[in-house]
Design a protein around this ligand. Structure first.
Ligand code: FUL
Length: 452
């Protein structure tokens, strides 16, 4: 950090300033910024696997296997909203190739099932329910297809594009397209050579504002694990040159933390299931993650500057199971309780700058108990902060003692520590790539224990 970068802006609310800010490249697009604000949305794995108790179908399942008895996408949306999720991403097609809509490019779809006498369309039902409920929707279209007869031949790439077109032009706007990295053999024993560049160009041509997820973007990256944990250090930046989707992807710790000097803005999304499996299995009804576990995952994903994509698999009725719904609703209540009161409200920090790096000191009107500080950078100008500390004033000595050692901030850092009662909190940025631009900070007393 050069001394010449003395100017920094904290609590920026003077729009006039904005013109003077020199962006630190790369910066997010406006679609990225809208996506970052979503923070938390649901994933839905549903299909023949729900009925065969499998995680990966082999594509040979009889389409009549798919037989939900009470499928109700309005219930999914209702629970998603109660959970505070901003959208739902559906496995329109998983690796078994079964399409949850009556695709004309496949003979292995809801049309060939007996559900609603072959006249049903889960994508349509969910899309209608999301529109009605005010949620956004996304689709998972597995490139790997263990059913399609043309899989493993160049023709399949055209079929995949036509399939995407059908979905991306037939159901209104989607906010996200999800590409998993799995690529195994198809029915003829051959693996497919995907023409991903064409896939990307086509998807953006059908929906220019789409965010495309895969190991390496182009819009959003995998966070390197399926446990829902994004790195404490999390750069929204990534270098993708020389890497491929699936096995040719960057090392998992790179995906988890990003690249400090990465050339592209490709933020991390944490995908994790509320149950051990992605699809519903009755034997996992007692293994649904608790509200506390979900809250901790929220801290480790959204609280580390990325987004949380939480999978909730409908059961054989076609409904979210009671255990999942109950946990989701209590998870929302924990978030509400934790973040309800901002203890910094009404306080103006004293800001000092040393060697171009700001220190913000908040002084409470009286000794105050807290266990969390939330920091945010103005990421539209680029991600800058490399390290920071949080200190609290000790009432006996009057000295500041360190309570948190942080690295990146990015879109949001929810720093948590053992509850402390103090009259003052000092936040010091100790290293940054350029002048530091912070949004107003917040402080909270969650009122319940957090496992770090
Ligand atoms: C992976 C798939 O192989 C899993 O079945 C699941 O869909 C997960 C979210 O992505 O790549």
């Amino acid at each position: 950090m050069k001394k010449t970068m003395l100017a920094f802006l904290v609590l920026l609310n003077t729009i006039g300033f904005a013109q003077k800010i020199k962006p630190l490249l790369p910066v997010p697009t406006k679609e990225h910024l809208a996506w970052h604000e979503k923070e938390f949305y649901l994933f839905i794995h549903f299909g023949p696997n729900t009925f065969t108790d499998k995680e990966w179908g082999d594509g040979k399942e009889d389409p009549t296997t798919f037989a939900p008895t009470q499928l109700d996408c309005n219930q999914w949306v209702r629970v998603a909203k109660l959970a505070g999720a901003k959208g739902i991403i559906l496995t329109a097609k998983h690796h078994d190739g079964f399409s949850l809509w009556p695709s004309k490019y496949s003979a292995h779809t809801v049309r060939e099932s007996k559900w609603l006498e072959g006249k049903g369309d889960v994508v349509r039902m969910l899309s209608d329910a999301c529109k009605k409920g005010g949620l956004e929707m996304g689709v998972y279209i597995s490139p790997w297809d263990r059913n399609h007869p043309d899989y493993g031949t160049p023709k399949y790439n055209d079929i995949y594009i036509a399939t995407m077109k059908e979905l991306l032009t037939g159901y209104g706007k989607f906010f996200e397209l999800w590409w998993d990295g799995a690529n195994g053999e198809g029915p003829n024993g051959k693996k497919q050579e995907y023409t991903f560049r064409r896939f990307e160009d086509s998807a953006f041509a059908y929906q220019p504002h789409l965010m495309i997820f895969s190991d390496i973007g182009p819009s959003i990256r995998w966070c390197g694990n399926e446990r829902g944990i994004i790195g404490n250090t999390n750069w929204n930046l990534l270098d993708t040159a020389g890497f491929y989707r699936g096995y040719g992807g960057p090392p998992e710790d790179t995906l988890n933390q990003g690249n400090v000097n990465g050339k592209l803005w490709i933020p991390a999304e944490a995908d994790v299931s509320i149950r051990p499996g992605w699809f519903y299995h009755a034997k996992e009804d007692n293994k649904v993650k608790s509200p506390n576990t979900l809250f901790n995952l929220f801290l480790k994903s959204v609280g580390n500057g990325g987004n949380l994509l939480l999978n909730v698999p409908p059961d054989r009725r076609g409904l979210f199971h009671e255990a999942d719904s109950a946990s989701l609703v209590s998870f929302a209540a924990l978030r509400e309780k934790a973040f309800k009161t901002n203890l910094f409200t009404g306080l103006k920090p004293v800001v000092k700058t040393t060697a171009g790096l700001p220190t913000l000191t908040y002084t409470f009107k009286k000794a105050t108990k807290l266990n969390s500080v939330v920091l945010q950078e103005l990421i539209e100008h680029g991600q800058r902060v490399k390290t920071f500390t949080i200190e609290a004033k000790e009432s006996t000595t009057g000295n500041f003692v360190k309570i948190f050692d942080g690295t990146t901030i990015g879109r949001k850092k929810i720093a948590t520590f053992d509850p402390i009662t103090t009259s003052s909190i000092k936040i010091t940025i100790t290293d940054a790539k350029a002048e530091v631009l912070l949004k107003p900070s917040a402080a909270h007393d969650f009122g319940f224990e957090v496992k770090n």
